[in-house]
Design a protein around this ligand. Sequence first.
Ligand code: TEU
Length: 561
Amino acid sequence: MTADWWKTAVVYQIYPRSFADSGGDGIGDLGGIIGRLDYLKTLGVDVIWLSPVYRSPQVDNGYDISDYRDVDPVFGSLAEFDALLTHVHERGMKLVMDLVVNHTSDEHPWFVESRSSRDNPKRDWYFWRDARDGAEPNNWGSFFSGSAWQWDGKTGQYYLHLFDRKQPDLNWEHPEVRAAVRDVMTWWLDRGVDGFRMDVVNFISKVAGLPDATAVPDRQFVSAIAEFADGPHVHEYLAELSREVFGGREGEFITVGEMPGVTPEQARLYTDPARGELNMVFQFEHVSVDQGPAGKFDYRGLDLVILKKALYRWQLALAEVGWNSLYWNNHDQPRVVSRFGDDGSQYWAASAKALATVLHGMRGTPFVYQGEELGMTNYPFRTAQDHQDLEAINYYRDVVERGGDTEAALVGLAKISRDNARTPMQWDAGPNAGFTAGNPWLPVNPNHAWLNADAQLAERDSVFTHYQALIRLRHEWPILRDGDFTPLLEDDPQIWAYTRRAPVGCLLVIANCGREPRTVEIAAEWIAADLLLGNLPGTAATADSTSLHLAGWDARIYSAG
Ligand code: TEU
């Protein structure tokens, strides 16, 4: 294994609930994943990141864990997990677990003990506080609406939950909590897993005293991200984890920290190899560009210049020190072709490929979320009842209770809701898209009749084959890993262009992110450059002038010198 092997790797995220169901209960499972590993091998990905399969009451689809050392029966068993791991390794791929340790489920034995009495030894494993003037201890709001505090009548105190009330936050200041997390990680490493994606891991150190966040007019509870993101001890805790758990074997594993609100300056620290914290982080800037002041469902449409600049800022900030992750999609984000592309038109495939091209051409480790490689689209959600995600349901209830604009809320939900990512994987044109023989837990997108894996595997120039080509380039062209990044035409509202430059060789990545054809002037060094990859049929094999004619959603990668 070469050092930094994860810098040339492409990671594929599986959301087990929605990937493939082998049991016929309408919910995806480990058996389903085992049955589809050859598909992932054909795609060419190196690493699989598995969203949580641990034992869980499933209020947040597994991000509420009640036993870190077991598999939830809905997904299978530990024996099946071991079989999956063996099959993954046999195919030369790796498997990364999702580690959710900012919080547990309220049904986890640690919390059951903690809430049992004020003097229980595990009381301080969580955040317990007295009421303030007969109400919540501070004004922090939960990500899932309402207060971040839940009253517990038995012991007469509130506990903190940044997410659902069934997801109490662990108190990382307690050394026993940190030791318990290390034990969990070691347990999975001993089983053979290849690393961790760490859920909201920049939230594990809260500002001392849990002070009020800046109040917002007309709001009782407000986002307190400044009070808990990148807190005072977070770097120390992560370095400790890495040191104690990996014990000098860090290079064999992949670690990525999910970090809402993280700044590039902080990310440089988290990913500086000399500090030994994490390999890379998931930042949120580029997936927040279309939201207004009232939050993620306050949908404002896309300004391409803002999107490009958000990503460029990260490319440049982590150029000398640290490393980026590159992603459009995951289980929390709407489908990229519907969000930033042109899904309902003749440009569906071209725009899906163009967006993939500009992302995969950048410096960092690309992540592909299940179905993204097919250009899967958002679901046609209409009513509030169509949504199943607790974030969506709570948000809508909140809007109704506040007497807010419910029509606008439905538009925002349809566009941005997490359920868009979670509709079942579209394997074929048959019943339920081949996802299940039963009744799927979330409806299958009706477009599976033509948008599915079977159809695309049979086609020469599908979205799937384009992702395959991008993944191959990542493996074969070291310049994609190492080359310097320089933005071009930054203020152009339609053209996405940049170069990657190494001591020997240079790549030009250029895409027209719109329907109108465009002619773009490029530098003379690109005359006679080879087309490495294009997304439209009939593009000439070399650039023949400094005027490049780009059709709608035309995307190309050229190689020179
Ligand atoms: O998400 C953290 C997070 O901040 C958001 O991306 C989240 O999806 C929410 O919509 C914020 O508005 C992680 C997981 O990825 C997510 O699925 C979990 O629900 C959450 O943590 C709690 O574990």
